[in-house]
Design a protein around this ligand. Structure first.
Ligand code: CTP
Length: 217
């Protein structure tokens, strides 16, 4: 019996921040703790699925039964997701991917005397949009993305849902970062919307793992 015929699915989850190197000892990153993605991986195993977790640098233990792949930068994450996506049935893109990286990675330490004593600037270039490029060939896979918004959340999240061809987008605010509890809105491609208020990430994860493909198209 194939995974799609039975209840057991191949679930791919990304989690945590990416880290974009400036030099051997410095980098750009963000406040993501990885907790949401790890909670999804744990909930998916508990639901009987086969789970691969692609994680940026985080201080979390791998949930039992999960295959974990560690990556650092957005480009490494893209390569790992590209490798695993064709085999999966469901993708949860919970990683907080850095949108930009330093245009140059210095081999030696960035020294004040080389860049200026009082002011310095760092040139940044765009990272690949992992979800945006992957979901183009999603077929009948279920793709769930996240949107962390500080203002005009519903409109921006819906715009991302369309642009990145997600089936669902999970909208949350900056207070979700590194927090134990979170409030989210889950928006579906079918126009559906449900809200979970002040729930543990474990509870949110369980709901997300139970999502079914929206019936549109
Ligand atoms: N994402 C991704 N690759 C990126 C940036 C984001 O795959 N380079 C994914 C995230 O994992 C998330 C979704 O896209 O599931 C939305 O992320 P967000 O950072 O909100 O979207 P951006 O396209 O970066 O939009 P913004 O202009 O708000 O930064």
């Amino acid at each position: 019996m194939s995974p799609r015929e039975g209840g057991r699915k191949k679930v791919l989850v990304t989690a945590g921040p990416t880290r974009e190197r400036i030099d051997p000892v410095r980098y750009l990153t963000n406040d993501s703790s990885g907790k949401m993605g790890f909670a999804i991986a744990e909930a998916a195993v508990a639901a009987g699925h086969e789970v691969t977790l692609i994680s940026g640098p985080v201080e979390l233990e791998t949930p039992k039964g999960v295959k974990r792949v560690n990556v650092e930068s957005a480009r490494e994450m893209l390569a790992a997701v590209r490798g695993a996506f064709p085999e999966c049935d469901t993708l949860f893109m919970a990683a907080a991917v850095c949108d930009f990286r330093p245009a140059r990675r210095l081999r030696g330490k960035w020294r004040k005397k080389d860049v200026g004593q009082e002011r310095a600037s760092l040139e940044l270039i765009s990272n690949p949009d992992i979800l945006g490029s992957i979901a183009r060939r999603k077929g009948d896979r279920l793709v769930v993305g996240f949107a962390l918004e500080t203002a005009d959340g519903l409109r921006r999240a819906r715009e991302k849902l369309e642009r990145k061809r997600m089936d669902y987008v999970v909208l949350n605010g900056p207070s979700a970062l590194n927090a134990a509890k979170t409030s989210v809105k889950i928006l579906g491609r079918d126009g559906s919307q449900r809200e979970l208020v002040n729930r543990t990430k474990r509870a949110v994860a369980k709901t997300l793992v139970g999502l079914r493909a929206p019936s549109v198209d």
